[in-house]
Write a protein that binds this ligand. Structure first.
Ligand SMILES: Cc1cc2nc3c(=O)[nH]c(=O)nc-3n(C[C@H](O)[C@H](O)[C@H](O)COP(=O)(O)O)c2cc1C
Length: 440
């Protein structure tokens, strides 16, 4: 019997001009208006996905990187995803929405109150993707913390947010016109939190939840990131190589972190970022893989610009025929994970020219022989089924532009196959986002 898995979508370039310049984007879609996203999320709901996580960057990046980020609309601009969410909630009934939020920018009281409001408005379909990026600190007048300190702050932030949500204790919200009592203030906790990063007085000016708190999602993959997930999250958005060993090992670490924090293994789902390229036939797979073998300089230059934007470091003027020196190039603001990503699976920078690394990025592999992600829907479903059975995988988060064309391409053929094989839900549970995530 196949293992039922959870599926979601990572709106990986946030609320901005993602897919900008692409032919199918020029049909008159306006990224600043809600229509494009509304249409896409309705399709995701019809497909039976559990949640949409909306990436965000608070800043256009360091002053030196602004041109790299905006030139091809790769890293910005971005509008606030929190404010897009009400439109998406209003257009759907079951799908959960999880915008990105950064404890360095949104104080706990504000975050708790906004979340409470949207969670109530949506019948429990709201969550928070808690990130620890500190590079945007200068826009908020707060000091730029180091990696581990940012996790200390996020831990404190999440504890305070929860304390605020629970500041209306059992029986505080009465809402009984017969007795004339709306609330019992003796059960409302006007706590004083004085921590290392925040001073917050309770209680929250919002009523408590009937069906559980908004879910917390987290993406950080370092030991500190996994520790945060174990203590705080219902979903870990996992970015890792999709091999059975790596998926099994990553999930195991998350489960151990949850157990260490006194929670049950079943309290947290580890969902892996997955970007398959689904095509109609084996012939098409062969054609796409063969075409990627010898990428043009123009294709490589586009990859280099994207990497420069992500890494906030201008790599475009470097000599392609020499290895690059990561120590000399990247400042402390660039995450180790992103630098490793530039290697595209290679062992070390010293052994490869920049051109070789770019070619590795451009090359695609066949899903059928486990060399990559180009495959027919059946071949991709084989992969998904295998991970469920062999690696106990909880599920996947598809990644891409929240654009109807991208969504169609990814899901039209895959969804019926996943459903036929018993890998994707046939109906939503009667719960909210938390209920859907925890119902198997
Ligand atoms: C899959 C994934 C998604 C992320 N999404 C965001 C995001 O939307 N906004 C953001 O500021 N940081 C984002 N981050 C960065 C993390 O919050 C974190 O700052 C970074 O991964 C470094 O932490 P780590 O060393 O624990 O991985 C993301 C990271 C990963 C791996």
């Amino acid at each position: 019997m196949a293992r039922l898995q959870h599926f979601g979508w990572f709106f990986s370039r946030g609320f901005g001009p993602q897919a900008w310049g692409r032919e199918d984007y020029r049909w008159g879609y306006d990224w600043k208006r809600p229509d494009l996203y509304v249409q896409a999320v309705q399709q995701l709901e019809q497909a039976g996905l559990d949640l949409v996580i909306l990436e965000d960057a608070l800043s256009l990046g360091s002053e030196q990187a602004i041109d790299l980020r905006v030139r091809g609309a790769y890293g910005g601009p971005k509008h606030d995803p929190l404010l897009l969410v009400p439109y998406l909630l209003n257009a759907t009934r079951h799908l959960g929405f999880v915008p990105t939020i950064n404890p360095g920018a949104t104080p706990p009281y504000l975050a708790a109150r906004q979340a409470a409001t949207l969670h109530h408005l949506s019948g429990g379909r709201y969550g928070l993707n808690v990130v620890t990026d500190t590079a945007s600190s200068r826009h908020f007048g707060v000091p730029q913390l180091g990696h581990d300190q940012a996790y200390d702050r996020a831990d404190e932030w999440a504890r305070v947010v929860r304390q605020l949500w629970h500041s209306w204790g059992e029986g505080a919200y009465i809402n009984d016109p017969e007795t004339g009592r709306f609330a019992d203030s003796t059960r409302i906790d006007a706590f004083q939190h004085r921590g290392e990063y925040y001073e917050v007085a309770g209680p929250l000016n919002a009523v408590p939840f009937d069906d559980g708190d908004p879910v917390i999602v987290s993406p950080g993959g370092s030991p500190r990131g996994i520790g945060f997930a174990g203590a705080q999250s219902t979903v870990q958005l996992a970015l890792a190589p999709l091999t059975v060993d790596s998926v099994t090992g990553y999930r195991q670490k998350v489960v151990e972190a949850a157990l260490a924090a006194g929670r049950a293994a079943s309290d947290i789902k580890t969902l892996f970022v997955f970007k398959p390229e689904i095509v109609a036939s084996d012939d098409e797979v062969d054609r796409i893989v063969a075409a990627s073998e010898n990428p043009s300089d123009e294709q490589l230059a586009a990859i280099l610009l994207g990497q420069s934007s992500d890494l906030e470091t201008d790599l475009t003027g470097l000599d392609w025929e020499s290895p690059l020196d990561p120590e000399a190039l990247f400042g402390d603001h660039v995450s180790r994970g992103s630098i490793k990503g530039l290697l595209a699976g290679a062992e070390s920078f010293a052994d490869h020219t920049l051109r070789e690394l770019l070619v590795r990025h451009a090359r695609k592999g066949r899903a059928a022989d486990r060399a990559g992600w180009v495959g027919t829907a059946e071949q991709i479903a084989d992969y998904i089924e295998e991970f469920g059975e062999v690696a106990n995988n909880d599920g996947f988060i598809f990644s891409g532009d929240l654009h109807p064309v991208t969504v169609h391409r990814m899901l039209d053929q895959l969804v019926p196959v996943l459903r036929r094989r018993g890998l994707l839900r046939r109906e939503y549970g009667d719960g909210n986002l938390r209920g859907n995530l925890l119902d198997f």
